[in-house]
Design a protein around this ligand. Structure first.
Ligand SMILES: [Zn+2]
Length: 244
C-alpha cells in the first residue's frame, strides 16, 4: 500500500515535470583525471544553439564553480531561457588541481596551454605534445561532440572579459551587465582560447574575475555576476529563440 502510494506520487511528479517542459540537468562523466577523478559535464535543453560554460581549468581559480551551479539552477527554474538552446556545463575542468588547490594538473601541466592550436609551445608546463593530458582530451571530446556556438571559461585574477576568435560581440554583450572591462589580452600558446577561438573559429570568452572575488558569498556572486552569465546564454537569440 505504502509503495503504491510512493509510486503514484513519483509518477505524478514526473508527469508535472513533463507537462511543464522542465527537465533537470543531465550529468555524465566525459573522462578521468590523472588521479582518477571523474571529469563531469551536465547539459540542459536540447536546442541547436549550443553554449559551453566551463570553470576551474586552473584548479585554484575556483570562483566559477558556485557561479555555474547557480546558473544551472536558474536555467532549470526558468526553462524558457533554454528554448532553442543546449547549455553544456563543465564546472570543474581540472578536478585534481581543484582538489589540491593548484593551477596545474598533477603532472604539473597547465591544461590551458595543452591544446592543439597553431601556437602550441611544448615544455614541461605546457606538456610534451598537444592533448597529452587526460583532462585536456576530455575537454576536446566535449568540443567535438557538442560543437558549441560559443564558450565561456571562467578564470581569475585579471578582472577582464577577454575574448579570442570571433568573440568580441559576445564579450561586449556580456560587458553590458558588469563593470568588468572588455579587453583583448592576447592569445596564450596552446590555450583553449587559441584553439577554440582561432583554430576552430568559435567565439570564446576568457572571463577573468579579480583575486578577491572568491571571498564573496555564493549568493552575492550570483547577484552580481549572474546577469552577465545569463546574457552569454541568451546571446545572440532573444528569449523566444528569435535571432535579433
Ligand atoms: Zn586561469
Amino acid at each position: 500500500m505504502r509503495l503504491s502510494l510512493v509510486a503514484r506520487v513519483v509518477a505524478g511528479l514526473v508527469g508535472v515535470a513533463v507537462m511543464s517542459g522542465c527537465q533537470g540537468p543531465i550529468s555524465r562523466t566525459v573522462g578521468m583525471s590523472v588521479e582518477g577523478r571523474p571529469i563531469e559535464i551536465s547539459t540542459l535543453g536540447d536546442g541547436g544553439d549550443v553554449v559551453m560554460m566551463m570553470a576551474a581549468i586552473h584548479g585554484d581559480e575556483t570562483v566559477g564553480v558556485p557561479l555555474l551551479r547557480d546558473l544551472e539552477k536558474h536555467l532549470t527554474e526558468n526553462p524558457r531561457l533554454l528554448d532553442g538552446r543546449t547549455v553544456v556545463f563543465m564546472p570543474v575542468a581540472n578536478p585534481d588541481g581543484y582538489a589540491h588547490n593548484t593551477r596545474y594538473n598533477v603532472h604539473g601541466v597547465d591544461l590551458n596551454r595543452n591544446f592543439p592550436a597553431d601556437n602550441f609551445d611544448a615544455s614541461a608546463k605546457h606538456g610534451s605534445a598537444p592533448l597529452c593530458e587526460p583532462e585536456s582530451r576530455a575537454i576536446k571530446l566535449v568540443l567535438d561532440e557538442y560543437r558549441p556556438n560559443r564558450i565561456v571559461t571562467i578564470h581569475q585574477p585579471f578582472n577582464v572579459i577577454d575574448y579570442d576568435g570571433p568573440g568580441e560581440a559576445l564579450a561586449n554583450a556580456m560587458g553590458r551587465y558588469t563593470d568588468i572591462p572588455v579587453e583583448r589580452v592576447g592569445s596564450r600558446p596552446g590555450s583553449l582560447g587559441s584553439y577554440a577561438g582561432i583554430t576552430l573559429g568559435i567565439p570564446i570568452i576568457t572571463l577573468e574575475f579579480d583575486e578577491l572575488t572568491h571571498e564573496e558569498p555564493d549568493h552575492i556572486l550570483w547577484q552580481k555576476y549572474g546577469p552577465m552569465l545569463i546574457e552569454a546564454v541568451r546571446y545572440p537569440l532573444d528569449d523566444v529563440g528569435t535571432v535579433q
